[in-house]
Design a protein around this ligand. Structure first.
Ligand code: SF4
Ligand code: SF4
Length: 694
């Protein structure tokens, strides 16, 4: 017996050293891989209190996971089970390592030797309850996967399922150990097999109650080894799986990005000759950390408009590609330009992704992104790098390889030569305002205005977007707002160039616009385009432009609330309106309520689409995609239009000129453009102006 006890100690110690040693080596390797990324120019250590609060609310508080109640409960059981049951696993290992003491007349270490009776009971109860809960949760999670529900967990992941089988084995063997242990303890105390502090274990104890004590001891030994071996195998296996998020999600939550949302690292043209990214190590370390923090829950895929419409892009796969490329294929470029014949059977998976390019991002994937940030919004561990990574890859394609969809050529040329992606010259930038007597900044002789009205390229060029600006001007005049525009001095903010990967053109346009704005005096910039809102308000800072920028929905909401807009509410009709949230307004600029407030205040009945607000579905125009053909899958704007039509609304309200184009095209494609109108918020307000008010 004494020899066996010593042997058991040696074996448990050796196996633990191997399992945890392997885990430590693998973790160190992964940490080094993550650190091999570039430092980036981001500040990720400021506001520690806010970072800690996010860390706690998103991890322990399950802030995002709660949105899907069943998944949230399952995850909470696994996470809290991990902490609580970890204490028990440690006891089992300590008992194993110290059982050699038996050879010297002592006893192996167990917590009851050092804990007071009350705490020992609490400990046993916690282990009992959590082991049973994790067992049930793992069984439910496996059943959900086999049943194909929810769809975002498809295709089934062998890795994910293996972990669940491990959990099942771990807690079946837990009860195989705990049941006989309880029975032996109770027999020694002359008590019945049942114990109130181990209610579930009691069932196992009762099941073995007919066995003689030597048989129960043998069964306990079997349970001990089975449980220990499964646990150590699990510990060694974990670092090789997606469950490494158990380690990497914590730092990822803490180092979340507050700035440069959806963008790659800044390019300093004067200091480098290589633009964009084509090797994985050129990504910032934070983007590499993101890839290891990913839980592969599929939430991002389920909200991605490109994925939903049959493009090969899946944000979760992009992260996986980054991880695989970093871990296993460090020599391969991150971009794959392989010719893929999508019509060939077996080339495209059931979920739309390509089979052959694991570990690389295919060109079709990187050009499919609308930079809508729905994937960012959906992620429970604050992974925000996918649109930025894809734009970084575009930068390399555009600025180093001159390889981009042919349709982008016209937009780039227009931006470079005319400062307008549609090629409208500066001399025609005020055509939209004919007859409206719109004041120009250049005519104010240095006087400060309240609002500089930024017209935007679409607003100056596109017939429908021109109408939005015309309606807005009528409202501003009726409300007595002091404003003026730049007229022919205005150039595109550069947003489409930046999102299409042409950072050089963006930088040029940004510098030009900042130089134009500098001599003028204005309190705020007013825009009708959320892309201009984001560029001017957030992205011009790095080019020396610090502006307070408001979207017209915000100003309209304020003017209406202050009673400054003379309305004739008798004009409010029975039209049912649904508002389509622009991604760059709701998600990038955190503006959800003002458009709805405007609709309320002008007395229209409104109805929400299933995906709305920050969880809205893109119109398909962002990321410069408005200038590109959509050759794969269903058109994103048609999908969004169908969602709008499903509400039964007769008017789709928008707050973005790109959304206006896409939704109007969508109603035409569905053949309902006569019955369902697409109108900007400004148009809806202007329709209700009191006669003669403007
Ligand atoms: S930004 Fe939008 S389109 Fe791009 S990967 Fe994320 S969800 Fe998909
Ligand atoms: S990126 Fe976030 S949402 Fe997408 S699979 Fe990973 S953890 Fe889930």
């Amino acid at each position: 017996m004494a020899v066996l006890a010593v042997l058991q100690s040696v074996l448990v110690a050796a196996l633990s050293a191997i399992a945890f040693g392997f885990m430590a080596v693998e973790l160190r390797r992964l940490a080094r891989l993550i650190a091999s990324g570039t430092p980036g120019d981001e500040i990720l250590t400021d506001v520690p209190a806010e970072r800690l609060s996010k860390l706690v609310s998103f991890s322990l508080g399950h802030r995002k996971l709660k949105e899907d109640a069943s998944a949230g409960i399952l995850h909470a059981v696994f996470l809290y089970g991990f902490f609580v049951l970890g204490i028990g696993h440690l006891e089992v290992l300590l008992e194993g390592v110290t059982c050699f003491l038996v050879a010297f007349g002592g006893r192996a270490f167990t917590y009851d030797r050092v804990l007071p009776a009350g705490l020992t009971s609490a400990y046993h109860l916690s282990q009992d309850v959590f082991a049973a809960a994790v067992l049930v949760a793992a069984a439910i999670a496996l059943a959900r996967r086999f049943a194909g529900r929810p769809a975002r967990l498809l295709p089934r992941s062998a890795d994910g399922e293996r972990i669940l089988w491990f959990l099942l084995a771990l807690y079946v063997t837990f009860f195989l150990l705990a049941g006989p242990s309880l029975l032996l303890r109770q027999r020694a105390a002359g008590a019945a097999a049942l114990s109130l502090v181990q209610p579930v274990t009691s069932f196992a104890a009762v099941a073995f109650a007919s066995l003689a004590t030597p048989a129960v001891e043998a069964l306990r030994g079997l349970g001990f080894w089975a449980h220990t071996l499964v646990f150590l195998a699990f510990a060694a296996y974990l670092p090789t799986t997606k469950h490494m998020h158990l380690v990497f999600a914590w730092p990822n939550l803490y180092f979340f990005r507050r700035q440069r949302y959806g963008l790659p690292p800044r390019t300093f043209f004067e200091k480098t000759e290589k633009f964009g990214i084509d090797q994985v190590q050129e990504l910032p370390w934070k983007s590499l950390l993101d890839s290891f923090a990913c839980t592969e829950c599929g939430r991002c895929n389920s909200v991605c408009p490109a994925h939903a419409t049959g493009k090969p892009l899946q944000p979760m796969k992009v992260l996986r590609d980054v991880k695989l490329n970093l871990r296993d294929r460090t020599d391969a470029a991150l971009v794959s330009d392989s010719q893929i014949d999508r019509s060939r059977p077996g080339v495209v998976r059931g979920d739309g992704g390509y089979l052959q390019v694991d570990g690389q991002v295919h060109l079709d994937e990187l050009w499919a992104c609308t930079t809508c940030a729905a994937c960012v919004q959906a992620c429970p561990v604050l992974i925000d790098s996918v649109p930025g990574t894809l734009v970084a890859l575009r930068q390399s394609q555009v600025m180093m390889e001159s390889r981009f969809p042919q349709e982008a050529t016209t937009a780039f040329k227009g931006l470079e030569t005319k400062g307008n992606p549609w090629g409208l010259g500066p001399d025609r930038r005020m055509e939209w305002a004919e007859g409206l007597e719109v004041p120009l900044m250049s005519e104010l002789a240095g006087r400060e205005v309240e609002y500089l009205l930024w017209v935007g390229c679409a607003g100056a060029t596109d017939p429908r977007a021109r109408k939005t600006n015309q309606a807005l001007v009528r409202i501003l005049k009726a409300a007595g707002v002091d404003f003026a525009t730049l007229g022919s001095e205005e150039r595109c903010t550069g947003d489409p160039a930046r999102r299409l990967g042409n950072e050089y053109v963006f930088a040029q346009l940004a510098s030009e616009n900042v130089a134009t704005l500098t001599p003028y005096r204005f309190r705020k910039i007013l825009v009708t385009c959320p892309h201009c809102l984001n560029s001017l308000g957030k992205e011009y800072r790095e080019h020396g432009g610090n502006y307070s920028v408001v979207h017209h929905s915000q100003l309209l909401s304020e003017l209406l609330a202050a009673g400054r807009v003379p309305l004739d509410l008798a004009k409010s009709s029975d039209e049912l309106v649904t508002f389509h949230d622009p991604c760059y307004l709701a998600r990038y600029s955190d503006t959800v309520e003002p458009p709805r407030d405007v609709l309320d205040r002008i007395g229209v009945k409104s109805v929400e689409m299933t995906q709305s607000g920050k969880s809205g579905f893109c119109c398909g125009a962002g990321g410069g995609r408005i200038f590109l053909e959509e050759r794969i899958g269903k058109r994103v704007n048609v999908e969004r239009t169908e969602q709008a039509l499903a509400t039964g609304a007769s008017t789709v309200a928008v707050g973005c000129p790109f959304c206006m184009t896409m939704m109007t095209d969508g109603t035409k494609a569905k053949g309902v453009d006569e019955q369902v109108k697409v109108k900007d918020l400004a148009e809806l307000v202007a329709e209700r102006l009191r006669p003669g008010a403007s």
